[in-house]
Design a protein around this ligand. Structure first.
Ligand code: PGA
Length: 252
């Protein structure tokens, strides 16, 4: 059995005060759904404040990025050692990092290994562009991203994977549940080819890209989809709670 998993990716939104206020609005209700792993990923500067608010709950906390070195002359970067005292998860390989900050599969692989060494659980994002999708290259692209990102990564590390087609992120144009399910099935088969079927079958794979309270059910009822990585809709307390509530209902 794979435990359902819903993560909130706030991206570069919220000041510390706004982050605290957003958590205040959702905390009590969110705390009631313990059958779902819930993880909030605010900007770095709010990790401490949000972490303090989550202390007496089972709600997890994650960062949105990280450098792979432990420390040193890397101005502006944040290390795994800094994060591990603050949170349990880190989003790595998000398409916005790949697109705007030129992150490659090789760099993401280094980050994933460094996160695991520090005891952080990576939420490893992969996904194809519209152009790649339309050219029928989705499978090839995902397979390269999975194999590149996970090269030398142990099957037992508990990593969570998020399939986020780039054309669906922030566009209001989500994939269909059926299409996302079959693509995630393909990703699971690819994992099986590197880790073996049992390990692939126990790895959680999320869908991400324009998930809302109105469409979460379509995704979460699919057998291959274990949860969602939610961007825009996670900035609205009631909507994010509704996504978690529906997940708890469908997956129970
Ligand atoms: P979105 O973003 O839900 O706003 O489409 C998802 C993501 O990029 O993680």
């Amino acid at each position: 059995m794979r435990r359902p998993f819903i993560a909130a990716n706030w991206k570069m939104n919220t000041t510390v005060d706004e982050a605290v206020s957003l958590v205040n609005q959702m905390l009590q209700e969110l705390n009631g759904f313990n059958s779902v792993d819930r993880v909030l990923c605010p900007p770095f500067i709010s990790l401490q404040a949000v972490g303090n608010m989550l202390k007496r709950t089972e709600i997890g906390l994650g960062a949105q990025n990280m450098y792979f070195k432990e420390k040193g002359a890397f101005t502006g970067e944040v290390s795994p050692l800094m994060l591990k005292d603050l949170c349990g998860y880190v989003i790595l390989g998000h398409s916005e990092r790949r697109q705007y900050f030129a992150e490659t599969d090789a760099l993401i692989n280094q980050k994933i290994k460094a996160a695991l060494t520090a005891g952080l659980i990576p939420i490893f994002c992969i996904g194809e562009s519209l152009e790649q999708n339309e050219a029928g290259k989705t499978g090839d692209v995902l397979s390269v991203q999975v194999k590149g990102g996970l090269a030398g990564v142990d099957a037992d590390d508990g990593i969570v994977i998020a399939y986020e087609p780039i054309w669906a992120i922030g566009t209001g144009r989500a994939a269909t549940g059926i299409k996302a399910d079959s693509t995630i099935g393909f990703i699971r088969d690819t994992l099986g080819s590197i880790w073996g079927k049992d390990r692939a079958d126990s790895t959680r794979i999320l869908y991400g890209g324009s998930v809302t309270g109105a469409n979460i059910e379509e995704f979460i009822k699919q057998p291959q989809i274990d949860g969602a990585l939610v961007g825009g809709a996670s900035l609205k307390a009631a909507e994010f709670v509704s996504i978690v509530r529906q997940t708890a209902l469908v997956k129970s």
